[in-house]
Write a protein that binds this ligand. Structure first.
Ligand code: UDP
Length: 241
């Protein structure tokens, strides 16, 4: 079931159901896009409707972050739980190793996708990573990158180019990619060990965002969106203006 929030249709599924749905997409073999939707993307989409179109044409859209879970509840259409990019990615990689799906990692700084691939292969035996490519390439190199991915023929492509570039890039080339592609933000940095994930206690207290702000103060500018997002949701669904 999908629930609508500020124009975006979000899958009201828990983590396990989401994993199963993506697995079905992979096994069907017709490709598709998976988006882990965060408040920053949805806020930006209010003034750039193209971003809403991309989200609404994706096969799966998950509520990534407590902000989206809270907003869905406020709107009267709750979702079962937060489904973050990194958690879903790790489950899908485990599944890929078990089912024999081929995986490609695109994005992050040079060397990071390779390091992440190495860590994943050590952790999930039998995993086939058929290629990696860093995420710092200009638009005129799109074709080169695309050709590399197509030649490798992955079943599952993880795209870590930062939001919303990763969603736009995937949407644009989905037909040619011919696989299931999912945007995963900074996940390769965490998996490779370049960046530490916020500890579990901050996730439980729902203050992971605060931990990340303290660790990476440069995030403050992008986090300024969060109160604006909260106000927009309150205005639309609580005050019904
Ligand atoms: N990134 C990239 N190319 C770019 C800009 C960013 O590969 O042109 C990568 C960056 O190295 C990092 C990730 O995108 O690995 C960050 O994505 P985002 O900020 O969306 O992550 P989040 O903080 O939401 O997890």
């Amino acid at each position: 079931m999908k629930v609508e929030l500020l124009g975006a249709n979000i899958d009201a599924l828990n983590m396990q159901e989401t994993e199963n749905m993506v697995a079905e997409m992979v096994n069907r073999g017709r490709g598709g896009q998976v988006i882990t939707l965060n408040p920053e993307y949805l806020y930006q989409a209010q003034s750039e409707p193209g971003l809403l179109d991309v989200a609404n044409s994706a096969g799966v859209v998950t509520p990534d972050g407590e902000g989206i879970v809270w907003a869905c509840k406020t709107s009267g259409h709750p979702v079962p739980e937060r489904v973050t990019g990194i958690d879903l990615m790790l489950r899908l990689v485990r599944r890929a190793a078990a089912e024999g799906w081929k995986v490609f990692l695109l994005g992050a700084s040079p060397g990071v996708a390779d390091a992440a691939a190495k860590k994943l292969s050590e952790r999930f035996s039998g995993l086939q990573v058929v290629g990696t490519h860093h995420g710092y390439f200009k638009d005129d190199k799109d074709k080169e990158v695309l050709d590399k991915i197509i030649a490798a023929g992955p079943d599952l492509l993880f795209v870590a180019l930062g939001a919303p570039r990763q969603e736009l890039w995937t949407h644009r080339y989905l037909q040619q990619l011919n696989c299931v592609a999912m945007g995963v933000g900074g996940s390769f940095d965490v998996i490779s060990g370049h960046v530490q994930r916020a500890p579990l206690w901050t996730q439980r207290l729902k203050i992971e965002w605060f931990y990340r702000l303290v660790k990476e103060p440069t995030r403050w500018r992008r986090m300024m969106v969060l109160p604006k997002f909260a106000w927009l949701v309150t205005k639309k669904y609580r005050l019904k203006t």
